[in-house]
Design a protein. Structure first.
Length: 231
């Protein structure tokens, strides 16, 4: 399979103004496992970045919401590090065009696939952490996760969707796991949410619950258009 290169991340792109991250680490962080010319891909960095992200986000919500209970803090953290939130942060950081991946992966929409974007974001966090330390990693995370972490409505997307659907349509959304892929240590699930027999949202995540949350979030994004078409 032919390799499809990104725009040369380590040659020109740096994640933080005024600071330089080791170019080899950055290149590895932005190399998807499908890229055939890579000696190393970003899976190991993604593993470390996941843990660093959890620490940074946990610390942030702890200080930002002194009135939250432990359960509310957990929900806020989960929403902050969810695949949709990290994928959006990766888009804001401009990671999509920089990722090295196979041509086949690119042709199938890989540059905007939430799982690939969120993995790359985690890997970049790890690269910054290893080279510049926790303060720099924190600066990067908070720069691009501001919107997700600034959302103080910590109710889950499934609850929000159910409230709206029951209020307007008097039915309850149903969820189905329609796909599962990836190695055991990095399993991905795909879920769809149906409302009155019609699929209204689709999403993926590292657990069935996270995939259902992503599907509910997807349905909520187009809620006004489709819900009023049935009322």
């Amino acid at each position: 399979m032919d390799g499809s290169k990104g725009t040369g991340a380590s040659d020109s792109w740096q994640p933080l103004p005024g600071q330089r991250v080791n170019e080899a680490l950055l290149r590895q962080a932005l190399t998807h496992r499908s890229y055939e010319d890579a000696a190393e891909n970003n899976e190991r960095l993604e593993f470390l970045g996941d843990a660093v992200l959890e620490l940074i986000v946990s610390e942030h919500v702890y200080h930002a919401h002194p009135d939250f209970t432990e359960g509310e803090l957990t929900k806020a953290r989960v929403m902050g590090v969810s695949e949709p939130s990290l994928a959006e942060a990766a888009r804001k950081a401009g990671l999509g065009p920089l990722i090295l991946m196979s041509r086949g992966e690119e042709m199938s929409g890989g540059r905007d696939r939430p799982s690939i974007l969120s993995d790359a974001f985690e890997a970049v966090v790890a690269a910054i952490y290893l080279d510049l330390g926790l303060p720099a990693a924190r600066e990067f995370v908070l720069r691009y996760l501001t919107d997700a972490l600034g959302n103080t409505d910590i109710r889950d997307f499934k609850s929000l969707l159910q409230e709206q659907v029951q209020e307007h349509l008097r039915v309850t959304p149903t969820y189905n796991i329609v796909g599962e892929a990836g190695p055991p240590h990095d399993r991905r699930f795909v879920a769809e949410v149906e409302v009155a027999g019609t699929v209204r949202g689709r999403g993926s995540g590292r657990s069935k619950k996270e995939a259902e949350q992503a599907a509910a979030q997807s349905a909520l994004e187009g809620l006004d258009e489709w819900i009023h078409g049935q009322t």
